[in-house]
Design a protein around this ligand. Sequence first.
Ligand SMILES: [Zn+2]
Length: 373
Amino acid sequence: VKSAGGALLALVLAFACAPAPVRAQMPKAPASGAAASGPAAVAVDSLDVDSALSKLDAALRWDPLSRIGSIETVRHRIVFRAEAGKSPPAAAIMDGAELIRAAPPYLADGELRFPADFVSAALGAFNRAAEVERSRFRVAAILVDPGHGGRDAGAVGRHVVNGKKLELKEKDVVLDVSRDLFDRLSKTYPDKRILMTRTGDTYPTLEQRVDIANSVSLAENEAILFVSIHANASFNKTARGYEVWYLSPEYRRTVIDAERYADSAEVLPILNAMMEEEFTTESLLIARSIMDNFDRAIGKLSPSRGIKAEEWFVVRNARMPSVLVELGFITNPEDAALLSDSSYLRRQSEAIYSGIKDFITKFERTGGFTAVR
Ligand SMILES: [Zn+2]
C-alpha cells in the first residue's frame, strides 16, 4: 500500500520495455574455452542455475529474448534482467515492491550465472517475507472472560434436584469453567499470553473487560482471541441447551490504527473493511470449532441451540476475533443439574479448550487461511 510501490512498479515496467541492449552484438564465446580473456568471464563467486535454485529452493522462469527472468517460490518472485558479461549494478525486485540490493544474474557464454551476493540477498528477502507471514498469523494471546461476578450474580436458578434444594449462580459456574480453560490453555501454550478478566468473585465492568482486551500489546500482525463464558436464563423453564455466539457481520468498527496509515487516508476504509471481514470470519471459525467440540463432548446430555450472531457489547468492542459461549440454562432443571456437576463442567471447559486449540492449529499452519499476499 506504500506509495513507493508505484515507482518500483514503473521500474519493473522499464525493465520489460527496455530496448535490446547494445551489447547484443557481443561475439559468441569460442567453443574451445579460453573464456578468461573474453568479456564473459565467469566470476569465481558465482553459482550456476541448478545450484543457485537449489539454494533458494525456487524455480526459474527465463525468457532468452528479453533476458528477463524470475525466480519463483510458492508465494514470492524476484524479477531480474540479465546482461551479458559481469552483471551491472542493476536491481532485481521481489513481488514488485522490494529491491534486491545486489548485482543480478548475468550471462556468461550464454549461460546464466548467479552472483553469490545476489543469491544470499535473495535468500534473505525470501526469509524476511516468511518471517512476516509467520508473525502475521500467530495467535499471541488468549483472553478468557468469565461473565458477571461480585455483586452481579448473572442468571440465578433455584431447583430441587433429587430431593435437594439447589441454588445455582451463573457467575460461579462460568468462573469454574473459565479457570479450568485458563489452566489448560496455559499448559499447552507457554509461549502465548493467557489472560483472565477476573480470577475471583469480583465484578469488572464491561468497559474494564474490553479495556483489558484492547490493552494487550501485540507485535505487528499478531492476533488475540477473546472468549467470553456465560450461562443462559429464560422465563420459559423448558428452554435449555448450549450456544456459541460470534460477532455479527453487519457490525462495522474502526479496526485499523488510523495513525499508522495517515499518509494513505483514502485506502483506510478499504483496509478496515478487509480487516473487519477477517475478524468476522475468524470469529465464526472459532465459534464453529468450539461448537463441534461441544457437540461431541456433551451433545447427548444437552441440546445444541447452534451458532448465533449478535452484537454483544463485550464482543463487539474487542478489537479481535471474539466469541461468547453460553454453557446452558441456569433456569432449566436438567441443565441446572448438569451445570452443578463438576465433571460436566470439566467436559465443557475441555470442549472449549479443544475448539480453541483446533482453531489455532489451523490458523497458524495455514497462515491465517488467506496467507498469499
Ligand atoms: Zn451472562
